[in-house]
Design a protein around this ligand. Structure first.
Ligand SMILES: C[S@@+](CC[C@H](N)C(=O)[O-])C[C@H]1O[C@@H](n2cnc3c(N)ncnc32)[C@H](O)[C@@H]1O
Length: 201
């Protein structure tokens, strides 16, 4: 795995990460996840999973026949996620979203919550999502803030995050297109961002 400054940064935050979320955040996130069609039995991928904040919401929807696989390249985040969710149908992999250790056509759906802006090569991450998703599968990039709110937060935080941002609406559409996703839906408003598209193979 090539070195990325985000790894050390998130390693250092892993122990405190779960304290970042309020009950209200979790409720809003759960409502957002509810708006996507996650079927029982699905194998779902969570890219940049952190400590696994999405896992419980996804697990409830895929049920015992489905699986949840989280990927994070911060070893400490991945370790916490694994510790937080010791279930047979939850897998955590310490890997880079731009170089996924999965076979083609493995997953029925993928999410990336609050992480896509961190990916050093967003194009490559989308190419990899395309490869590991089954034909017709959805990929949803989600946030509980708008793209502008996210940029403002990062500017204030500075350091490693200072330059991280979401692509413009137009650029996001282009990125999905070149990575062979279509039916792009983007919603970018105060308190919410999602960009979803369907994998075409
Ligand atoms: C802002 S945190 C969000 C974590 C989690 N989704 C949440 O909301 O609690 C971003 C996460 O993405 C991970 N990340 C950043 N770039 C990555 C990459 N290229 N591959 C895998 N994980 C990455 C970081 O290690 C970090 O855990």
């Amino acid at each position: 795995m090539s070195h990325d400054k985000h790894q050390e940064f998130y390693d250092s935050l892993a122990a405190e990460w779960d304290l970042m979320f309020t009950a209200e955040d979790l409720e809003r996130l759960s409502h957002l996840v509810d708006t996507f069609e996650i079927e029982p039995g699905y194998d779902v991928l969570d890219l940049g999973c952190g400590t696994g904040i999405l896992f419980d919401m996804l697990r409830r929807r895929v049920g015992p026949e489905g699986t949840v696989t989280g990927v994070d390249f911060s070893f400490q985040m991945a370790r916490r996620a694994h510790r937080n969710f010791p279930f047979d149908n939850v897998n955590v992999v310490d890997a880079d979203a731009t170089n996924l250790p999965f076979r083609a056509d493995t997953f029925d759906m993928a999410f990336s919550f609050s992480s896509f802006d961190n990916f050093s090569d967003q194009r490559k991450a989308l190419d990899e999502a395309h490869r590991v998703l089954k034909p017709g599968a959805n990929f949803c990039i989600i946030y509980l803030v708008s793209s502008h709110e996210l940029s403002d937060q990062h500017k204030q935080a500075g350091g490693v995050l200072a330059g991280d941002k979401l692509p413009t609406r137009e650029r996001m559409g282009e990125l999905f297109d070149v990575s062979h996703f279509d039916t792009v839906r983007i919603d970018d408003q105060p308190g919410l961002y999602f960009a979803c598209a369907i994998n075409v193979k």
